[in-house]
Design a protein around this ligand. Structure first.
Ligand code: PLP
Length: 385
């Protein structure tokens, strides 16, 4: 904590705990205290902490080859592209190192696609409440944080509309629209599933305008909602998805995935990254997909998620429960302080997150069982009682 205060830029609000070890859905702090982790490092450790398959894949690859750059071939990256494409839109993949980079790739791709259609100043329609990342393009697509006064000038060409108004969305899509970009369930906002009507309006409006539908699956993907990708449970099919977080099994991996028609919009020299697709990270990603892309595990996510949400909804202090699978948010009854509630839960050994005033967020590892759901529910009942 002293080193953090002295040497790290103070960009994070940290809870006063230092974690030193993890296994499955458990974490241990520097004093040896055990915690039940219902945050999974912000939906990164979906396969649980230190999953043996992922640890072995990392160790094995680290002992053979750490990298040789993207100017040569390495097998793990190509296998990861194959697995991502075959499990989703069937087109082509650009690998990168984070969620925000995956979205930067999607932004460049849809802009180039628009320029190829003769649009000189393309625009991307985004939803209020969205979170797409912190680099300048992704930040400009994140209305809540796109502070011109602090970080301007930000890239132009992003048009925010309310997240629950299909008519407003339809009206915002026009001749200049390159894409509509949507998180199927807004995560950072506090877990707000986007209504079917809004998603259908986006798909239809894009089809009429010749624009592309980009779904940001960075938080909702990798099994979080009980299917490998959240869009599998929706009535719309996107043209592009962006993926990251749990994709790297704990290492930094992101990806932008297209349909076959869009696989070659970005060509040689259009995009790149030194670390992208590095063999150790790609091997970890393949192992993470091996663990998570499992029908029995995904069924468990849907069943346990429904049970957990039902349990939370039965607590007097909970005003609303939202989510799908194990991507769960609650709004507390008026007068409660969500930060104080999360601090008390942490004290009782349960790690949860506060996405905003009155709100709590639960993103446990997907390998949890009934016992962990009961334990988390018990702690929440005590804390809120
Ligand atoms: N998009 C969504 C939906 C996210 O939840 C996040 C991170 O929370 C990002 C993009 C940015 O990802 P990263 O922090 O890996 O850059």
């Amino acid at each position: 904590m002293e080193l953090d205060a002295r040497y790290a830029m103070p960009t994070y609000g940290r809870a006063p705990v230092e974690f030193v070890r993890g296994e499955g859905a458990r974490l241990w702090d520097a004093d040896g205290k055990e915690y039940l982790d219902f945050f999974a490092g912000l939906s990164v450790h979906n396969a649980g902490h230190c999953h043996p398959l992922i640890v072995a894949a990392i160790r094995d690859q680290a002992e053979r080859l750490g990298g040789a750059s993207n100017l040569y071939y390495t097998e793990p990256a190509m296998r990861l592209c194959q697995r991502l494409a075959e499990s989703s839109l069937g087109g082509k993949v650009f690998l990168c190192n984070s969620g925000t980079e995956a979205n930067e790739c999607a932004i460049k791709l849809v802009r180039k696609h628009a320029h190829l259609r003769g649009i000189e100043t393309p625009e991307i329609v985004v939803l209020e409440g969205a979170f797409h990342g912190r680099t300048l393009g992704a930040l400009a697509a994140t209305p809540r944080l796109a502070r011109e006064d602090l970080f301007g000038p930000l890239p132009a060409g992003f048009a925010p509309v309310p997240r629950d108004d299909p008519a407003a969305l339809r009206a915002a899509v026009g001749e200049r629209t390159a894409a509509v970009m949507i998180e199927p369930i807004q995560g950072e906002a506090g877990i707000f599933p986007i209504a079917d009507e809004v998603l259908l309006a986006a798909r239809e409006a894009c089809d009429v305008a010749g624009a592309l539908l980009v779904l940001d699956e960075i938080q909702s993907g990798m099994g979080r909602t009980g299917s490998l990708w959240a869009y599998e449970q929706l009535h719309v099919r996107p043209d592009v998805i962006t993926v990251a977080k749990a994709l790297g099994g704990g290492l930094p991996v992101g990806a932008c995935v297209t349909t076959p028609e869009l696989g070659e919009v970005l060509g040689r020299g259009d995009h790149g990254s030194t670390f992208a697709g590095a063999p150790i990270a790609a091997a970890a990603g393949l192992a993470a997909l091996e663990v998570i892309d499992d029908p029995a595990l995904l069924r468990g996510v849907r069943e346990l998620g429904a049970r957990f949400m039902q349990g939370l909804g039965a607590l007097d202090a909970v005003a609303e429960v939202r989510g799908r699978g194990l991507m769960v948010g609650v709004t507390l009854a008026d007068g409660l302080d969500s930060s104080a509630v999360a601090a008390r839960a942490l004290d009782q050994g349960l790690v949860i997150n506060v996405p905003g005033p009155l709100m709590l967020r639960f993103l446990p590892p997907l390998i949890i069982g009934e016992e962990e759901v009961e334990a988390a529910h018990g702690i929440m009942a005590r804390v809120l009682g």
